[in-house]
Each structure stands twice: as C-alpha cells, then as structure tokens.
Design a protein around this ligand. Structure first.
Ligand SMILES: NC(=O)c1ccc[n+]([C@@H]2O[C@H](COP(=O)([O-])OP(=O)(O)OC[C@H]3O[C@@H](n4cnc5c(N)ncnc54)[C@H](OP(=O)(O)O)[C@@H]3O)[C@@H](O)[C@H]2O)c1
Length: 332
C-alpha cells in the first residue's frame, strides 16, 4: 500500500467536510474525428456473452488494485466496473482529474452534457497519452435536448472530440425520450456511438421503455448507496441482462459526510484496514453494481480503485443491507 493511499485512508476515516456543488457552464463544440468503431457483435440483439453474463456477480478475482476488471455489455463491448465520475468538475480541475485517474489505472470516465465539461473530459482523454481504444467514455443527453436529439448527440460527440463515444445515456426519463433514444440508435448504426443506456429509470420506467426501442440499453445508471440500496430495482434490471451503475455511490458530492462517517461502515472498514469509501465501493461490486465515484483528489482516486485485495463476508454484506434507509439524496 503506498504512502498516499495510507494518508488518504486515514484522512477519509473522519474527513467529514461539506462540499458545495459548482455551477454548470456551456462549452463551444469542436470538430470530431471520423469514427473507427468496429462493433464486435450485432448491436441489435443480445449476444451469447450477454446471455452468459451474470450481471449480479462480477469477475472480481480478475481485478487488481489500479486495474478494474471489465464486464461484457449486451452490445458486445467490454466496460470497466470502476470509473471516474466528473459531476461538478470543470475547467483545468476536470482535465487534470481525468488525466490523474487514467494515470492511476482508471479506464472509464463518466460525463454528461449537463455537467458542462465534455470538452475538458475529451482533452483529458487525449492528453493522457493512453490509447483511445483502452478508455471507455460515457456521456448523457439531457431532457431539454430530447426534442432535437440529433443536434444534441452531434454536440456531445463534437465536444468530446475523441472520435466515437463508448456509451451514451438518456440522463432522465422525459417527454420525447423514446424519440431521443431512437436518434441515438441511428448513431450506433453509423458507428459514432458504441452502446446505449439510460439513467434514473426504475422498474416501471425500464419495463415500458424497452418495449419501444430496438437496441436494448446495456446499462441503467441510478442513485445507489448504502442508504438507498434500490433492493427491488437492482435485481430487476440485472435480470433483464442490463448492467446497473451507481451514481452518488458515496452519497453524492456535498452529501458524502454522512456515509463516510457512518459507525457501522467505519467498524467494517477498520476491521479490513480500509477506508469507508473503499468498503462502500466494494459492497457495490459484490452485489454486481458498477461504480463511478466522483473525485478531483488523486489520493481518493487511488483509494477508490484499490478495492481488489479484500472481500466483504456474507455477514458484512448482510449488515450493510440491513442499513438501508431507502433515503435518496435527490428527488429523481
Ligand atoms: N445520472 C445522474 O443523474 C447522475 C447524478 C449524479 C451523479 N452522476 C454521476 O455519478 C458520479 C458520482 O457522483 P458524485 O460525484 O456526485 O458523488 P459521489 O461519487 O458519491 O461522491 C463524490 C464526493 O466524494 C468525495 N470522495 C471521492 N472519493 C473519496 C474518498 N475515497 N474518500 C473521501 N471522499 C471521497 C469527493 O471529493 P474529492 O473530489 O475531494 O475526492 C466528492 O466530494 C458523478 O460524478 C456523475 O458522473 C450521475
């Protein structure tokens, strides 16, 4: 274990600072390269690997600290199960956070039109020196863009300026969401986007939605953390052959204090010589939930991708499960 990691853990054990959200800002689109995507499988149908993939059980023994394992999505593409969230990271902080994360072994970055940082995420990816093909980048279009989705999708692709987008999500359900998704399907067929997904869709929303689209979403991104475990929704989505990804895995920027200082989680963390953040992220992975913790702090990032050298027992998993408060930190 490195010195920075040890320092981060000891700080995190009682680092209960409150952080404010930063304002969103708009960026100008910049030209994009032609796509060089070559899907491994026909994206319209489930692949054999998808049928074999148990989304409730990840291949955790294949991971090592600084190198998260991947899962095979129903599109045929592989995606790392630990990524960097970039909500509220802007400007040079965002560029440097993306570069630091990639340098520390992260290979997945999550952004969105709404975060106002697609240009900076794209710059971080390009300036990292890591081959584009090794990095998985996800972005999202926002409901106020669903009435003119082609324009919104082109804008995301242009701002990122990394050739193709690995995964594009609808940020929320909303008017014209099916129309917007169908526009994204066209971009998949053109090779400009590789996989599609949705965010903030629960049981009814996802059941209704998948009947209306041609390409099944590979992933649903929802609020999931020990105080909001989505105990019905997570297994339902997984049973559809769709991966689940947790946003706000640590409770959300500005809300993380409560979870990171939770006495039960702290006790489990101390037993393993880990931080509470590491225990939470490991708990997600052991129930088959992909994580994208947000951070601009390289010591935290290193900690967040160093969760492959310990295992939570069944008893500890049950203890955390019993800790559910069914308490969301935002309304959607
Ligand atoms: N689809 C949606 O509607 C939606 C909504 C919200 C978020 N998201 C996505 O989900 C990602 C994650 O959510 P989030 O970033 O809001 O919240 P989060 O990951 O739950 O928490 C981030 C906060 O935790 C701190 N942190 C990170 N690692 C830590 C560690 N090891 N020890 C102590 N503190 C740590 C970060 O501060 P430092 O910077 O100091 O590390 C930051 O303040 C977002 O970035 C975004 O990509 C999606």
């Amino acid at each position: 274990m490195t010195l920075t990691l040890l320092m981060a853990i000891s700080l995190t054990m009682c680092a209960c600072s409150h952080e404010n959200r930063e304002p969103i800002h708009e960026e100008e689109p910049i030209p994009t390269e032609q796509p060089d995507a070559t899907p491994e499988e026909d994206s319209d149908n489930n692949t054999e690997e998808d049928m074999d993939m148990n989304y409730a059980k990840f291949p955790l023994s294949e991971g090592k600290n600084g190198e998260a394992p991947t899962i095979r999505l129903s599109s045929g593409y592989d995606m790392p199960i630990v990524g960097l969230g970039t909500y509220s990271l802007t400007g040079e902080v965002c560029v440097n956070s993306v570069k630091s994360a990639l340098n520390l072994g992260f290979r997945k970055i999550d952004t969105a039109h709404m975060y106002g940082n697609e240009v900076e995420v794209g710059r971080g990816v390009r300036e990292s020196g890591i081959p584009r093909e090794e990095i998985f980048v996800a972005t999202k279009i926002y409901p106020n863009q669903y009435s003119d989705p082609e324009k919104a999708i082109e804008e995301c692709i242009n701002k990122l300026n990394i050739g193709y987008v690995d995964l594009m999500l609808l940020h929320h359900p909303g008017t014209n969401d099916v129309k917007a998704y169908k526009a994204m399907e066209k971009f998949v067929k053109e090779g400009k986007i590789r996989s599609l997904g949705v965010s903030c869709y629960y049981i009814k929303e996802i059941n209704d939605f998948i009947k209306q689209v041609d390409i099944k979403p590979v992933l649903v991104q929802n609020e999931v953390h020990p105080y909001y475990q989505d105990l019905d929704v997570v297994p339902h989505i997984q049973s559809l052959g769709i991966a689940v990804e947790a946003w706000y895995p640590l409770g959300g920027r500005g809300h993380q204090k409560e979870l990171l200082c939770d006495p039960v989680l702290t006790e489990i963390a101390q037993k393993h010589g880990k931080s509470v953040a590491q225990v939470i992220l490991r708990w997600d992975l052991q129930r088959g939930v992909v994580v994208i913790p947000g951070s601009s702090n390289p010591a935290h990032m290193e900690e967040n991708i160093s969760i492959f050298d310990f295992n939570l027992s069944d008893e500890e998993m049950a203890r955390i499960k019993a800790h559910n408060r069914n308490k969301k930190n935002v309304w959607y």
